[in-house]
Design a protein. Structure first.
Length: 319
């Protein structure tokens, strides 16, 4: 399934690139929708495969590209007891298989809406390549095997959200809220980056001593390794980790998730974009799923910090 996942991820990106060489904006729109439709068909195939093969559907299929290895020096082995490999890749499990279908379908519907509502709009071509790029980034997010790729894709999603929000760039009442929204989303990405640094500081030695997963690299941010480290810290078996450390980490990651999901008390950035055309607003609203995906991936961390989970349930209204 890893090969299919890579194709699902790259097809919308290919549509984005093809739109730049299309002769007319209308042709660019058709190319974007064609590639996105192919991505949806493959996503349905992957989801169907995992539903049929129930005996193996619990085990994720992971394919990674290891592009950076960190080998600590003799004086650094306290923090880095072994070599860490930072990896980008795809993780196909029940969550990602379901969300790939949802994301592809929603963006295809949004682009279909754009063909009728933005026909004579000056930003017609830009809307389609930007929405295709956003769809590819959202798929990359849900396929992320670790928190590092989540941070990279969330940062790119923030930038693409700004591109969509600036659809009516010549109107000041549109550009100012777009810039404010981008600033808020960058703050959320900074919170997640602090969380990554905190993970290295508190859980690096424990994860470095863990056996390398059957597939993939010994990535300190791999969700499979993080889940075990968080559970061990909750039991008090991690030297640097304590319940207080787990709470601090949870707050950093939850804040990033709530901002991207535009949940209370971080809703102002989305309401400020209400003047955008409906297809543009639809694409930005769909990107709010990024926060939901992040919360789903760190659910083990939420389970071992029930106090934070209870507060989250109280302060976040049901959607």
């Amino acid at each position: 399934m890893g090969s299919f996942a890579w194709a699902i991820l790259l097809l919308p990106l290919a549509g984005c690139g093809a739109s730049f060489v299309a002769e007319t904006p209308r042709r660019a729109a058709h190319l974007c929708m064609m590639f996105l439709g192919c991505s949806l068909i493959l996503a349905l195939f992957v989801l169907g495969y995992r539903l049929v093969h129930e005996t193996t559907s619990i085990t994720p299929d992971i394919s990674t590209l290891n592009y950076l290895s960190l080998l600590p020096g003799p004086s650094e082995t306290v923090i880095f007891p072994s070599t860490f490999q930072v990896a980008l890749g795809v993780r196909v499990d029940n969550l990602s298989a379901s969300f790939m279908v949802l994301i592809s379908f929603l963006f295809l519907a949004i682009q279909g809406l754009g063909t009728s509502m933005l026909q004579r709009d000056a930003g017609y071509r830009r809307f389609f390549w930007a929405s295709s790029l956003l769809a590819s980034l959202m798929i990359a997010l849900v396929l992320s095997p670790g928190l590092f790729q989540v941070w990279v894709t969330l940062g790119a999603i923030s930038g693409t959200t700004l591109l969509l929000a600036l659809h009516l760039w010549h109107r000041r009442e549109t550009t100012s809220p777009a810039r404010r929204a981008f600033t808020v989303l960058l703050g959320a990405d900074a919170s997640l980056l602090l969380g990554l640094a905190y993970i290295i500081d508190k859980f690096g030695p424990t994860i470095g001593l863990a056996p390398q997963p059957a597939s993939g690299a010994l990535d300190v941010f791999d969700f499979r390794l993080l889940d075990g480290a968080w559970q061990a810290a909750a039991k008090g078996t991690v030297a640097n980790g304590s319940y207080k450390s787990l709470v601090i980490l949870t707050v950093l990651l939850v804040v990033a998730a709530l901002v991207h999901a535009a949940q209370a008390p971080f809703t102002a950035w989305l309401t400020g974009l209400r003047e955008a055309p409906l297809p543009v607003l639809g694409g930005i609203t769909t990107s709010m799923l990024a926060g939901v995906i992040l919360l789903a991936r760190i659910y083990t961390l939420l389970l071992v910090t029930p106090g934070v989970l209870s507060i989250l349930a109280v302060v976040t209204p049901p959607s």
